[in-house]
Design a binder for this molecule. Structure first.
Ligand code: FES
Length: 156
């Protein structure tokens, strides 16, 4: 039998007695894994399971890039545009993804295949430009690499 989201959240909650608010991060992650993003309904489900308000859950979720408050594509493409990546052409990499995916940074491609985001330092400054594809890093990415990367995403 599969555990419900409520039951899994209770397991996380039990790790943080006596204040269930401390379990909000793992609980949000569980809900996002379940639904793909954190809709108002998902936030309410988390809030009910932790006996906190949906507003509290949303305040935490909206602070962290890792949580999605809008639907996302099948794949998540994140391009670091922080200093080390910026100086070797991260913006051109972003623009190449925008052309290939047919959407702007912060949006999802019309075919729903990928969501493109720009992010702060991913910790791979020595291998700039870093692109995270579903949390797997590609290093030294150049604009000319982008069509092949998008082809890979579409081929899956
Ligand atoms: S600045 Fe891009 S990985 Fe650090």
């Amino acid at each position: 039998m599969t555990e419900t989201l409520y039951e899994r959240i209770q397991e996380e909650r039990a790790k943080y007695p006596p204040d269930s608010r401390s379990a909000v991060m793992p609980a949000l992650r569980l809900a996002q894994d379940e639904y793909g993003w954190l809709s108002p309904e998902a936030l309410r489900e988390v809030a009910d399971a932790l006996e906190v308000t949906p507003a509290f859950c949303k305040s935490i979720a909206s602070f962290y890039d890792q949580f999605h408050l809008a639907p996302v594509g099948e794949h998540l493409v994140e391009v670091c545009t922080n200093v080390s990546c910026a100086v070797v052409g991260a913006q051109q990499v972003v623009e190449a993804f925008e052309r290939e995916l047919g959407c702007r940074a912060g949006e999802t491609s019309p075919d729903g295949r990928a969501t493109l985001r720009t992010v702060e330092c991913l910790g791979g400054c020595g291998w700039a430009t870093i692109v995270s594809l579903d949390h797997h890093y590609r290093t030294h990415v150049k604009p000319e690499d982008v069509p092949g990367i998008v082809e890979e995403l579409r081929g899956e």
